[in-house]
Design a binder for this molecule. Structure first.
Ligand code: NDP
Length: 419
């Protein structure tokens, strides 16, 4: 039925590709293209004979729009799934526009080089205007909205778990559970243990940039920014138990503040153990999280990229990670004139994910929604033209596919709230 070009072949892409191959009724042809061709070939070799999906591979540097255009012209896909890094988002969107193809990604644009003066000028203006200082935001991709509409194309932004499923949960709560949603708390709990003193569950560079940035939340129509990890709560998570969690800035807050009408406060919390925080603080203090190149023995190196080379590859954590994740949203609001609260969440087991797709649950909980987002687009269930985030579509078909494809969800009325 559909031919899809997947760009990227790391932890998340590998899960999305395997899940597409399990739905060979929908995904009849896949081209896996990435910077390192051997990774694409190795995955193809593992999957062939186990799926009816016809798989091809290609090498591409997705920082270069021309290379992506040439690849799209050769492959002629119905959809491009961008599961490389946020750095490539704009180059891939430019290529998709030039070729007239829909696309999705799993994280909003961030620049690789945060010292680039053109980017910095816009960034500093945005910090002042909006009131949050994270390096990533939606403005860059929302700016493509009119061009996509005119071209009759759809871009689905952030079709992972958070961002992604968390926004679908919000759309579901808005459609079925509430007349007005007043507050949303997004809770991301990873109760998994990989046995290493320090490792990240997805791309270390992107992950460490995100969690070391100042925290922020949306309240009464504006951003409130606080120092990193300065707001701490504990919560008793179903399937995991009691965990410490910290308020972070997170990209879906920005789109939900626009799209959930009347919402007064949106916060995002992620769980971290004390050892992770101590390691991160120490690395930050010595300059290892810096994105600014330094000269070392006559060579320029970017500290955070060097750190990435030292840390375990997140794709290798699968066999050794045990425990569960619990990610979801707590809502307060009003239904039929009465105040109510509800919690929608998914619990996912690291080892079950490994048995199914040879990956830990963080890549799994991101790769499955990427596959479902692709399914929504190629089957025409989600077909608005323009650039959209997941809460802007009908949540029902997506929620149904979560249950069928390994990420079942629960709705709990009157849950424990976060103060
Ligand atoms: P990995 O680092 O494991 O994989 C990234 C892949 O992209 C690698 O195959 C890499 O190639 C490839 N790549 C990088 N640069 C280029 C380029 N210039 N051209 C072509 N390919 C390139 O990352 P993850 O799989 O952990 O993360 C993938 C994405 O998922 C990220 O954007 C991340 O932010 C997002 N994410 C989203 C989540 C959500 O819930 N929404 C949660 C977790 C992650 P190579 O092998 O050569 O390095």
């Amino acid at each position: 039925m559909a031919k899809v070009l997947v760009i990227g072949c790391g932890g998340v892409a590998s899960v999305a590709i395997r899940k597409c191959c399990m739905r060979d009724d929908v995904f009849t042809e896949l081209c896996i293209a990435s910077r390192t061709l051997s990774k694409c070939d190795a995955l193809k070799a593992k999957l062939e004979g186990r799926t009816k999906t016809k798989i091809t591979t290609a090498q591409v540097d997705a920082d270069k729009t021309d290379e992506v255009i040439a690849l799209i012209k050769r492959v002629q896909p119905d959809l491009v799934m961008n599961i490389a890094l946020p750095y490539q988002d704009l180059a891939i969107m430019d290529a998709c526009l030039a070729c007239g193809v829909n696309n999705l990604d799993t994280a909003n644009y961030a620049p690789e080089n945060t010292d680039d003066p053109v980017w910095r000028e816009k960034y500093e203006k945005r910090c002042k205007q909006e009131g949050f200082s994270a390096y990533f935001d939606y403005t860059w991709q929302w700016a493509y909205g009119d061009k996509y509409k005119k071209a009759g194309l759809t871009a689905l932004l952030g079709s992972g778990f958070d961002p992604g499923v968390t926004q679908v949960f919000c759309a579901y709560a808005q459609k079925h559970l509430f007349d007005t949603i007043e507050t949303i708390d997004i809770l991301d709990c990873n109760g998994g243990d990989h046995g290493y003193p320090f490792a990240t569950n997805f791309n270390p560079e992107i992950n460490l940039r995100e969690v070391s940035a100042p925290g922020s939340y949306w309240e009464n129509g504006r951003w409130v920014e606080v120092p990193a990890m300065s707001i701490h709560r504990t919560y008793n998570f179903d399937g995991v138990g009691e965990k410490d969690m910290y308020l972070l800035h997170h990209e879906e807050i920005e789109s939900l503040a626009k799209n959930i009408k009347g919402v007064k406060r949106i916060r995002f919390f992620m769980t971290f153990g004390q050892s992770y925080l101590t390691h991160m603080k120490c690395l930050e203090n010595v300059g290892m999280l810096s994105t600014t190149p330094v000269e070392f023995e006559g060579k320029e190196i970017v500290p955070i990229q060097f750190l990435k080379a030292l840390l375990p590859d997140p794709a290798s954590l699968g066999p050794r990670t045990v425990g569960k994740t619990n990610i979801g949203c707590i809502f307060t609001g009003v239904k039929d004139g009465k105040r109510k609260t509800a919690y929608i969440y998914n619990v996912c087991d690291h080892q079950e994910c490994y048995r199914e797709v040879e990956s830990q649950a963080i890549s799994y909980t991101t790769g499955v929604p990427a596959m479902i987002g692709a399914m929504m687009l190629v089957t025409g269930k989600w077909n608005k033209k323009g650039v959209y985030t997941p809460e802007e579509f009908d949540p029902d078909p997506f929620m149904e596919e979560l249950n069928k494809n390994g990420l079942p969800w629960k709705v709990v009325e009157s849950p424990e709230l976060v103060d």
